[in-house]
Every structure is written in C-alpha cells, then in structure tokens.
Design a protein around this ligand. Structure first.
Ligand code: DAL
Ligand code: ZN
Length: 282
C-alpha cells in the first residue's frame, strides 16, 4: 500500500534529480572546455611539473610557481647560435637544425632572449611598465610567473646582426621573421602570439616569440588552426588519455624527484634595469 502510494512521488523525485544532474554536468562540460577570458590574476596553472613543459598553459591569469626553474638549462651556443641565453637541453637538437636551415635559406637567426627566471621576468615587466605604463605593459609583457620564457622552452629571435625585433614595425616581415613564421613548426616551434589573435592569446602580436612543443605537437597545433593557448586549453580540458603503455625509454624525472629549485634572492628584484638592447625580452 505504502509502496504504491509513493511510486509517483518517487518517479517525480527521480526525474527532478536526473534533470539537476544533467544541468550540472552540462555546466561542467561547458566551463571545462571554454577558453578563459584574459583576466589579470595569479592562479597557479594546472600542468606545472617540469615534465609537463609542452602542456603548461600560461597567460595573464595562469602562472608558474616562483621556484620553477628547470635544472637542465643549456647555452644556445650548443645550437650554433649566440650563447648568452639558455634553453632546456631537449630543445637544443631541433633548435640547431632550425638555425642551420634558416641560415641556408639566407634568413640567419640570433637569439634575443630565451630562459628567463621568475626574478628576471619581474625586472622585465617592471622595465616595460616604466617604458610604456602598466596598461600597455600587461598586454605585451608577462608578469612574473606568467611568462613562457620561465619554462626554458621559449625563445625571442632576432635577425642576425639586427636590433631587438620589437624595434621593427613588423619583424615578421623581415627575411628571418617570415622564414620562421613559415618554417618554425617543422622544427617543433610555435609562434605563441600571432597577429590579430590577442583576444585569445592575451598578448599583442609577437612575431619573434616562439615556444618549443616538439615536432609532432607543433604540427598538430598548425593543423588545428588554433593558437597555442587555445590548443593547450582544449588539451587540458579534454578527458584524460588512457594510461600509457610501458616504454623502454626512461621517463623524465617527476618534479618530486628533482632538486628543489632555489627561490630567487630578494636582491634580484632590486637589480638595476639593463639597457633595452641587452635585456628586456618580449
Ligand atoms: N612577451 C611575452 C608575453 C612574455 O613576456 O613572456
Ligand atoms: Zn618572448
């Protein structure tokens, strides 16, 4: 008797619960996949282990910890380029191949800036704020923790023998800049901030700023027609891939097994700004 009386109520309740769950699920799916706005905030990025270098989303909102400093940085001289900058060791081989190909094509490259520590990025951003004011700086320079340069996989290029690329009206139209735009993906590099995309990349056009993601991924990014930030966000929001099959190749050490990076000393923040040519980086 009780059971028969309760059935319609239970059915209604079940229907309501199902509706609520479906709505919640839809909302979760939408919020997980839609690209966040270019808000200025200081949220730690989800993929921030040293092994996740090709997946790390960095923008005006998402940042790395101040202690993030890869231990395998090597001079760009190892790639046959000028040597006052460093990148992570696994970038060298493709960088060397790219530099050689560019040179053969008459588009000889030089490195303007590569790895930048949290402290250096703080000085860099302070420099650009002084030069152009906070509002302009925040659109073209990353605040400390937010720069792809801190990953050790990102390079600002310039033309060999040329000045810093941001002093050109459009460095992307120079021989070196045009060659990179057309060919960098073949060597695993992606232009993070292409022209006309600042609403989704969060930064103004930077034809000189290339992030290494590896050849296969650079090719996928190019084929997708998406900017790197859009691509990485989708990748991060997608359902997790199946567990990896065991491979004989030794895995990169997990962050927990790496030595704890040293926090930048407070004095680094007060280091006087270097002159524009020597520093600041874009
Ligand atoms: N110029 C880019 C956004 C950086 O500072 O990393
Ligand atoms: Zn840059």
């Amino acid at each position: 008797m009780m059971g028969r009386m309760a059935t319609p109520r239970l059915r209604l309740l079940a229907l309501l619960v199902a509706c609520a769950l479906a709505t919640a699920l839809a909302a979760t799916v939408v919020s997980a996949s839609s690209l966040p706005s270019c808000k200025v905030a200081d949220t730690l990025t989800a993929q921030r282990s040293y092994a996740a270098w090709s997946r790390t989303v960095l923008d005006t909102r998402y940042r790395l910890p101040s202690t993030y400093r890869p231990v395998d940085l090597r001079s760009t001289a190892n790639a046959g380029l000028n040597g006052s900058n460093t990148v992570r060791s696994f970038v060298i081989a493709d960088l060397r191949a790219m530099a050689a190909a560019a040179r053969r094509a008459g588009a000889r490259l030089a490195v303007q800036s590569a790895f930048r520590s949290y402290a250096t990025q703080r000085s860099t951003f302070a420099y650009w704020t002084q030069v152009s004011g906070y509002a302009a700086a925040v659109r073209s320079s990353a605040r400390a923790g937010h720069s792809e340069h801190q990953l050790g996989t990102t390079i600002d290029f310039r033309s060999y023998g040329g000045s810093a690329p941001w002093y050109y009206s459009d460095w992307g139209k120079t021989k070196a800049g045009a060659w990179l735009r057309a060919n960098a993906w073949k060597y695993g590099f992606v232009m993070s901030y292409p022209k006309g995309k600042s609403s989704v990349t969060c930064y103004a056009y930077e034809p000189w700023h290339f992030r290494y993601v590896g050849r296969a991924k650079a090719s996928h990014v190019r084929a997708s027609g998406l900017t790197l930030r859009e691509y990485l966000w989708r990748e991060q929001s997608a359902p997790p891939p199946p567990p990896p099959t065991p491979s004989p190749t030794p895995a990169e050490p997990s962050p927990s097994s790496e030595p704890t990076p040293v926090e930048p000393s407070p004095s680094a923040a007060t280091t006087p700004e270097p002159p524009p040519e020597a520093s600041p980086g874009g």
